[in-house]
Design a protein around this ligand. Sequence first.
Ligand SMILES: [Zn+2]
Length: 73
Amino acid sequence: MKKLFYIDYPQERFEGHTHRYRCALCKEETTKINGTLEGHLPSCQYRIDLEKAGFEPGQVVAHVELNTSDEVD
Ligand SMILES: [Zn+2]
């Protein structure tokens, strides 16, 4: 079971930085996490919970095809 992006983790803003955010749990910056599970620290509760739920780190496709018109419903 895989998700394309892992972005539903709790985030908090860097103090004094309007446009910088980090994971509220492991404190890794969102630009470093980059939507991937392995971007979180191994000790991050969000990552642990997802891995426990069967999600796999390391196999996430990092780009999205924006012009896919051949999707079948
Ligand atoms: Zn985290």
